[in-house]
Write a protein that binds this ligand. Sequence first.
Ligand code: ATP
Ligand code: MG
Length: 454
Amino acid sequence: GREKRDYSRAASVQKCIRAGGKHNDLDEVGRDGRHLTFFEMLGNWSFGDYFKKESIEWAWELLTKVWGLDPNRLHATYFGGDPEKGLEPDLEARTLWLSIPGMTEARVHPGNMKDNFWEMGETGPCGPCSEVHVDLTPDLSGGPLVNAGDQRVIEIWNLVFIQYNRGPDKNLTPLPDKHVDTGMGLERVTAVIQGHNNNYATDVFKQIVQSIESLTGHQYGAKASPVAGHADNRYARFSIDDMGDVACRVIADHIRTLTFALTDGAMPDKDGRGYVLRRILRRAVRYGWQHLNLHEPFLCRLAPVVVEAMGDAFSKLRKSPARVVEVIREEEESFNRTLDRGLALFENAAETAQKHSGREISGEDAFKLYDTFGFPRDLTEIMARERGLGVDHAEYDRLMEQARQRSRAAGKGDADAFAHVDPSILAKLPATEDSAKYAASHTSAALRAILVER
Ligand code: ATP
Ligand code: MG
């Protein structure tokens, strides 16, 4: 209640990236059908206006009446309470769900703190939430699979009821005004409406997947079986055994993320949010390289497909697509140079690890992969996990810290790299003309001098 707006209700579509920080779904992407690194979240909000009753009834109305989803497939969860933390179950939400004609006790489930209590930070507004899940099993037997991480029952919507404030002393006090913040994944609900059990089967993704097929010759879904109870075509199938399919999904997702984030002005970088992008790009390149035989830059060729597929909805994508393509190409080229040699080193490291009882990639190898070949630590980790191996983190961290201290001792960082060069030499260098960096074409340059440190 500290701030006032001139409206008390809102509806939104937010671009979301969940590939770092508190929400990090990166590892899941491609291996399951419902987590993307980039998705659009639909939401409706009440700022001290309507509360649980309206948001539950309206959610039901939109899903079953407007979009025509089968009511018998819909399950709801409510916060089941947490006696240890002194929190009561949200029986109000339960009662509201049960008062909807056609809703049954068997389809209203209590949930725990992790799934059904929303808190963004250590302190601040928070409260119980209530989720809608869709049972996609052919015989409606999915009840026990709610919140079980099973592809056959998918969470599509989360209704958050903001009714408490968590103070610095960790105690909860009721808020003077109650608020609603809901979030629904556009891609997930599209999948359900179109009769599928995964995001990639929808027309949101088809064009991108098909472009990957034409680049590679890989036939998506060709080795997978039809999903029981769903309309069948190659693109609707889902296999995690066919690594070519996994790679198609990883690439289709990651190129969307990259195209949108670069369009919005973010850049791949060595730390912060830029590093999140660099990691996403490298993960896509690595999957393409290993599983689809893509050894030349290919993401830059797919960015225009995203622009084509989504430019009508997001006109900004059409503003300077050439710049986006070029940034991606440069990143890919520099990563490709090291990837080949890095993968060879990883193979050796993995073989050695397999022979040892600890079954861990040594900290030294993991660090070398990072330091010399630009493999982010989690990339090494993911690749190790695929082989049933771990990584020696303690040793890796020690070497990392050592390297940091070395570079600190060596100077104040990159900005001062020229600090020891005689100013009279620097004075002879012309200013860098780097406008070509932002153009789509290649450029040529004359090498004028090489500075050798002695
Ligand atoms: P899950 O348990 O499936 O990871 P979540 O509990 O993290 O979902 P919320 O944080 O409640 O999801 O987000 C609200 C909605 O946004 C979800 O119901 C879902 O429809 C969608 N959503 C969340 N994460 C993703 C993702 N990585 N990719 C696509 N949609 C997502
Ligand atoms: Mg999640």
